[in-house]
Ligand binder design. Sequence first.
Ligand SMILES: Nc1ncnc2c1ncn2[C@@H]1O[C@H](COP(=O)(O)OP(=O)(O)OP(=O)(O)O)[C@@H](O)[C@H]1O
Length: 215
Amino acid sequence: MALSLHCTFRYPQRFALDATLSSAAHVTALCGASGSGKTTILMLIAGLLRPQAGAIRYGDEVWVDVASRRFVPPEARRVGVMFQEPRLFPHYSVRKNLNYGYVRRGGEPAQMDKAIETLEIGDLLTRPVHSLSGGQKQRVALARAIVSGPQLLLLDEPLTSVEPALQEKIAVYVKRVAKEFATPIVLVSHSVELVQQMAERTFWVKDGEIVAEPT
Ligand SMILES: Nc1ncnc2c1ncn2[C@@H]1O[C@H](COP(=O)(O)OP(=O)(O)OP(=O)(O)O)[C@@H](O)[C@H]1O
């Protein structure tokens, strides 16, 4: 499914973004230095920010078209998001965390089973999230993003909140999700190495713009 974005966005009196990208790859990466605007692009795609001008399309759906005042709200886009810091309910069990969102969005039981299996979290289901290691939390967060059957999965720096020794392992799980689920992925990373391992298509972000070459 092709994603196309051409947007300008400005935080009040600060950073301005003017980005154009189009990708039909299964795994697309946005790579660039800290503060270059990668997360801002992801938030625009998710519908968590509204651009001041431009349009965002996914397949034949128009999610945003500022000129015609069209803005599809986040929940109607059917996008799964995994944020930089896993946003899980610490006192809830893993199962309850997975059910949240899944039930609300009418997820398929088969999708839940597949997520649990792909991310190898079956033996963690009754554990409260606060008792898990960083890598386990990351796997649960990834499962939660995919269980409700999103049509697009957005991963913001999937590896940064885990220690370097674990990053390789999480990268394996991200690749496994990419392989097992048909859902296209857009991931953000400042690590060129990781991006080269995982993405079919890479866009380089610099000072709020998409540039042709890595910097
Ligand atoms: N809510 C906000 N209000 C004002 N400025 C913001 C806000 N959020 C981010 N910014 C600024 O916008 C710029 C781009 O931020 P963004 O988070 O998109 O970058 P990034 O490339 O994802 O960085 P990192 O890799 O460090 O997460 C930065 O200069 C940041 O300080």
